[in-house]
Design a binder for this molecule. Structure first.
Ligand SMILES: NC(=O)c1ccc[n+]([C@@H]2O[C@H](COP(=O)([O-])OP(=O)(O)OC[C@H]3O[C@@H](n4cnc5c(N)ncnc54)[C@H](OP(=O)(O)O)[C@@H]3O)[C@@H](O)[C@H]2O)c1
Length: 151
C-alpha cells in the first residue's frame, strides 16, 4: 500500500486543540499544498468539517462510519481503494484517523513544530511504535520536516 502519513506535530506530538491547529506556520500550509497537489488525501470527518473550503487540485476522501457520497468512505472502502492503486495516498489527520491508519502507512512526513503547545489531540510517538527517523531538514525558523520509515 502506498500510504503516507502527513502531520504537523509539536515536540510532544501534539497536533490539535479545540478542533484547530494550535500554531500558525504559513510555510507548512504551503508545503502541505505542494506535497498533496494532484493526490488523494484522506481525512477524518471531524477534520474535514473544520476546512474553510475544498482543497483545489486534490481529491479529499472523508473517512466516516456513515458514508453518503462518492467522496466519503468507510474503512474497508478506503483500504480497497488504496490496494487498487499504485498512486500515493496521503493520510492527513486528525487524531483518530492517524491512529486508525498508522499500521497501514509505510512512510510518515512530520512537520516538527519546535515548541510545546496546549493540545487535546496527539499523534503517537513514532519512535516508540516501530518507526525510525531517517531525515530532517529545515522548513522555517520554528519548524523542520522529518522523514520517518518503518524500522
Ligand atoms: N497537526 C496536524 O497535522 C493535523 C492534521 C489534521 C487534523 N488535525 C487536528 O486533529 C483534530 C481532529 O482530530 P479528531 O481525532 O478529533 O478527528 P478526526 O480523526 O479528524 O475525525 C474523526 C472521525 O473520523 C471518522 N472515523 C474514525 N474512526 C473511524 C473508523 N474506524 N471507520 C470509519 N470512520 C472513522 C469518524 O467520523 P463519523 O463521526 O462521521 O463517523 C470520526 O468522528 C483537530 O484539532 C485538527 O485541527 C491536526
Amino acid at each position: 500500500m502506498n500510504l503516507t502519513l502527513m502531520a504537523a506535530a509539536d515536540l510532544e506530538w501534539g497536533i490539535g486543540a479545540a478542533g484547530a491547529l494550535p500554531w500558525h506556520v504559513p510555510e507548512d500550509l504551503k508545503h502541505f499544498k505542494a506535497r498533496t497537489m494532484g493526490k488523494t488525501v484522506v481525512m477524518g470527518r471531524r477534520t474535514v468539517d473544520t476546512l474553510p473550503s475544498s482543497l483545489p487540485g486534490r481529491r479529499i476522501l472523508t473517512l466516516t462510519r456513515h458514508p453518503r457520497g462518492s467522496d466519503e468512505t468507510h474503512l474497508p472502502g478506503l483500504l480497497g481503494h488504496v490496494a487498487g492503486t499504485e498512486d500515493e495516498v496521503i493520510v492527513a489527520g486528525g487524531g483518530e484517523v492517524y491512529s486508525l491508519l498508522l499500521p497501514y502507512c509505510t512512510r510518515a512526513e512530520i512537520t516538527r513544530i519546535k515548541g510545546v503547545y496546549p493540545c487535546d489531540t496527539h499523534l503517537v510517538d513514532l519512535s516508540k511504535h516501530g518507526w525510525t527517523l531517517i531525515g530532517s531538514e529545515p522548513l522555517s525558523e520554528i519548524s523542520n520536516i522529518e522523514q520517518w520509515t518503518r524500522a
